[in-house]
Ligand binder design. Structure first.
Ligand code: HEC
Length: 163
């Protein structure tokens, strides 16, 4: 392409870009979210009870007869775990909202950790796979701890900061 043709092409492209810009709709207003519950209320109202549902659904318990394994048995048991996982996953998104987010960097990463862990618990429950559910329950615990190590340390002297 000679330089004249190149310039003409550039000019045409520029014109096209400015045309597209003019045609672009006005910037969308953000959804009218309002963080109603405090961070602590989200923990107590959604995160903690649903994490307990997951953790109490599968594992081992020491009984008079020795160690016994337990896991979801009925279809209803599995559906309850699925629902808990969905709530946990979406609570990760709720923690990212203005009014709850502690910052715009590390906090977001740790919330995404909760979203991801909740998703993987959900997948395991959908597969009706108790051993995967047990492993993913462990990942969920790690996601909780990762955030508490960073943001709750001052309130909880029993938590040992590892970084
Ligand atoms: C993105 C960060 C983050 C994640 C992820 C997170 N938490 Fe929290 N959590 C906090 C913060 C911050 C507090 C302190 C809230 C306050 O006192 O205002 C807290 C408080 C708590 C408390 C203490 C509540 C109280 O009354 O003092 C518990 C229990 C808890 N979280 C459980 C969990 C569990 C279980 C999970 C995972 C399933 C989890 N959290 C995931 C940030 C997080």
């Amino acid at each position: 392409m000679n330089s004249g043709a190149f310039l003409r092409l550039s000019a045409a492209l520029l014109a096209l870009v400015s045309l597209l810009n003019c045609a672009a709709p006005p910037a969308k207003a953000p959804p009218p979210y309002r963080a109603v519950a405090t961070l602590e209320e989200v923990m107590h109202g959604m995160v903690i009870p649903n994490a307990q549902t997951v953790w109490q659904s599968v594992g081992m318990v020491n009984t008079a007869k020795g160690m016994e394994e337990f896991q979801p048995k009925t279809e209803d048991d599995w559906i309850r775990v699925e629902a808990a996982a969905v709530t946990l996953t979406e609570s990760g998104n709720l923690l990212m909202m203005d009014g709850r987010a502690k910052d715009n960097a590390k906090w977001m990463e740790l919330c995404q950790g909760l979203v991801k862990a909740g998703e993987s618990v959900h997948q395991a429950a959908k597969k009706r796979d108790p051993s995967e559910l047990f492993t993913r329950g462990g990942d969920l615990f790690d996601a909780c701890q990762a955030c508490h190590f960073t943001y709750r340390f001052e309130k909880d002297p029993t938590v040992i900061r590892t970084h």
